[in-house]
Design a protein around this ligand. Structure first.
Ligand SMILES: O=P(O)(O)OC[C@H]1O[C@H](O)[C@H](O)[C@@H](O)[C@@H]1O
Length: 518
């Protein structure tokens, strides 16, 4: 049913294969027929999902239950794009059961959304602001960056958006050399407002601002108050930093799920309030599909189960994402955090070591560039690597011939992976029978992009629910941060005073005494 399936034979004997293994979902058409599975496979996987209680776990998320158990938090990023009246979910039986707490949470969501959109429109109307610098990392960076880049057709040409994330001074320096304090707005984006890279970048930006004509005096024309905004759940820490304008959000919004919240302010500034609402609307349409559609025609369910099939039954250790769209050139980086930080885990929710592999390595680059870089391995390498093509039905205003060429290349590559080539000599032959998924997005517009991102969020949920892991915490990132803090303290301590702070001396000293007190 899996590795022994010959896709060429399957299509030859079952012309109905495409219609059985593809479907339309909101803004996205998915062709799953070139994967190494059969309709019966999907039925068995649906039985597996049923036995793992995936639907019950999904409904628990919709009820506002604290399903992120290790942090005792609800998981409600989907609430951020739910209309005040519940929208397409208002008749859902679980929503019908919502208590006052959920109703109040939804009201707070809309209160914050209106404040955020008002601020966004104020900045867009202020001709003095020509540059917006978002300082944040991880979920406080990747989501806003991919959306602002993807929706550049809607971005006001009069304002430049910069995303600074790395602690490497080159990145912040590159931006500061190109902006002026009086025409720049700094967004300090950090859910915790403690992340070391973001805090150092924020302090350096403030120092630069004050050294180049900015003032700490709230009444000054070019003041911290007017030129810095904090996006965080930690309002107190933002105030201590000296920022008076803060847009807050809630603990039940995970960092990698936060672009729909105040973290999305740079998006709203870039595309405007109306288009930001379209982004939310597209995601909500996908939410309603995920929470309501039957498993057999529930695209996030089918894709999440396909991920389990490819990883655990076929043993594929990675998945290549190939967006055939320059606008989606940062999508893979975003999906790496979404998928690998959510499901890159070995312990189940009840503390047991998992016997099966979980999240694959997610990697890739836009097409057609990938065809000139790593597609050789995909066609003739020793490992089978599932490929995920993402193409646009409507290429927008850019040069029709270019879009046609782009989509034809994507389709041809999927076909070549499946068909392969035989009989032209060992070095020229391609084995074929290599799986791929083809996602055809309506267009690169706010609603379609919102739906696509929501599709990936829910797909990650489904795979995590089958594996029985908590897809919403990320304890693995704490150790490195802790060791970095200890190393910084050791480097500044007396007993290391004689150690040359150069990297090599540090590495040698660490080799002699790996941990504190050695
Ligand atoms: O938004 P912040 O609190 O600054 O956190 C930024 C990032 O820090 C860590 O890397 C977490 O693993 C990420 O999930 C988070 O997005």
């Amino acid at each position: 049913m899996g590795r022994h399936l010959d896709l060429r034979q399957a299509f030859a004997h079952h012309p109905e294969r495409l219609s059985q293994l593809s479907q339309q979902a909101p803004y996205v058409f998915a062709d799953l027929s070139k994967n190494l599975w059969q309709p019966q496979t999907e039925q068995l996987l649906a039985d597996l999902a049923h036995s793992c209680g995936v639907t019950e776990q999904r409904d628990a998320m919709l009820s506002g239950a604290p399903i992120n158990a290790s942090e005792q938090r609800a998981v409600m990023h989907w609430l951020l794009r739910t209309p005040q009246d519940g929208g397409l979910l208002q008749d859902h039986p679980v929503v019908q059961q919502w208590g006052g707490g959920m109703v109040q949470a939804l009201a707070q969501v809309h209160q914050t959304l209106e404040a955020m959109l008002d601020l966004a429109e104020q900045v867009r109307a202020d001709a003095r602001i020509t540059d917006v610098v978002n300082i944040g990392i991880g979920g406080s960076h990747l989501g806003p960056e991919v959306v602002v880049q993807a929706l550049e057709d809607w971005v006001d040409a009069g304002t430049q958006f910069h995303f600074v994330s790395n602690v490497d001074g080159h990145e912040l320096g590159h931006v500061l050399r190109r902006v002026r304090p009086e025409s720049t707005l700094f967004l300090i984006a950090s859910k915790s407002f403690t992340t070391a890279e973001t805090m150092l970048n924020a302090h350096s930006a403030r120092a630069w601002f004050l050294a180049h004509g900015g003032s700490a005096d709230a009444d000054a024309a070019c003041s911290i108050d007017r030129h810095f905004v904090a996006l965080t759940t930690n309002v107190q820490a933002a105030a201590e930093f000296g920022i008076s304008r803060t847009l807050g959000f809630w603990d039940w919004v995970g960092g990698r799920f936060s672009l729909w919240s105040a973290i999305g302010l740079p998006i709203a500034m870039a595309i405007g309030a109306a288009q930001f609402r379209q982004l939310l609307q597209g995601a909500h349409a996908m939410d309603a599909h995920f929470f309501s559609a039957a498993p057999a025609v529930n695209l996030p369910m089918r894709l999440g189960l396909l991920d389990v099939w490819n990883r655990d039954f076929l043993g594929f250790g990675s998945r290549c994402i190939a967006p055939y769209s320059h606008g989606l050139r940062r999508l893979t980086a975003y999906l790496q955090q979404l998928e690998m930080e959510s499901n890159g885990k070995r312990i189940t929710r009840d503390g047991q070591v998992l016997e099966v592999p979980t999240a694959p390595v997610v990697w890739g680059e836009p097409g057609t560039n990938g065809q000139h870089a790593f597609f050789q391995m995909l066609h003739q390498g020793q490992d089978t690597i599932p490929v995920e093509f993402i193409a646009l039905r409507d290429g927008g205003k850019y040069l029709g011939a270019h879009h046609q060429s782009l989509v034809i290349n994507a389709i041809a590559q999927a076909q070549a992976l499946m068909l392969g080539r035989q009989g032209e000599g060992a070095e020229r032959d391609c084995p074929g029978n290599r799986p791929s998924t083809f996602l055809l997005l309506q267009a690169l517009d706010p609603a379609s992009l919102g739906a696509l991102i929501a599709l990936y969020e829910h797909r990650v949920f489904v795979a995590g629910a089958v594996w029985g892991i908590n897809s919403f915490d990320q304890w693995g990132v704490e150790l490195g941060k802790k060791l970095a803090q200890e190393l910084r303290a050791r480097q500044q301590s007396d007993d290391w005073a004689e150690v040359d702070p150069s990297t090599l001396a540090l590495m040698q000293r660490l080799a002699e005494s790996p941990t504190h007190g050695d």
